[in-house]
Design a protein around this ligand. Sequence first.
Ligand SMILES: *[C@@H]1O[C@H](CO)[C@@H](O)[C@H](O)[C@H]1NC(C)=O
Length: 194
Amino acid sequence: MPNLKISLPLLVLVVLHNAAPTHSATATSFIESSCRVTRYPALCVHSLSAYATSIRQSSRQLTQTALSVSLNKSRLAAAFVSNLAKGGAVRGLEYQALKDCIENMGDTVDRLRQSVKELRDLRRTAGGDLLWHLSNVQTWVSAALTDETTCLDGFASRRLDGQVKAVIRRKITLVAQVTSNALALVNHFADKKH
Ligand SMILES: *[C@@H]1O[C@H](CO)[C@@H](O)[C@H](O)[C@H]1NC(C)=O
């Protein structure tokens, strides 16, 4: 039952997250209006509002934070799938899908880490250079989303059954939604710079 082991820390995280102090109305409404370009706006607001104080009304900071949230969630998910494989409880077809997923999630983490770094290094860049770096970020985040979707597809088969499939699909779906939101914010940021 890997399920139970992970639920408790997750619950604690959720509780801590919700207990974060409320932030200025302006910063929060900036996040809300920015999140309208995403596919999962409620999740977008939920995952970014804890950082309202540092985001203030900066699109760059908002984009940077969204990428960082996505990276951190991918890291947790990557660690989770690796641990599942180590337990020895997963066998057969599911083990094969799990091994592929571990590879996909490793690639996702690499690409998102690169993206966070690229955007952070952009602070002193402007003009054509900025657009070039931004287009790298767009490419990498988009590839990260593809990796996550590939993991999900690997667990879509009806021949796979049971808890492992359910728990992986739930976790990776959430990561993919957060990454999809980050990509929309990166794209929007890049459009504004054009
Ligand atoms: C992501 O994790 C890093 C390292 O643990 C941390 O410094 C950073 O604040 C986290 N980012 C967000 C948005 O929580």
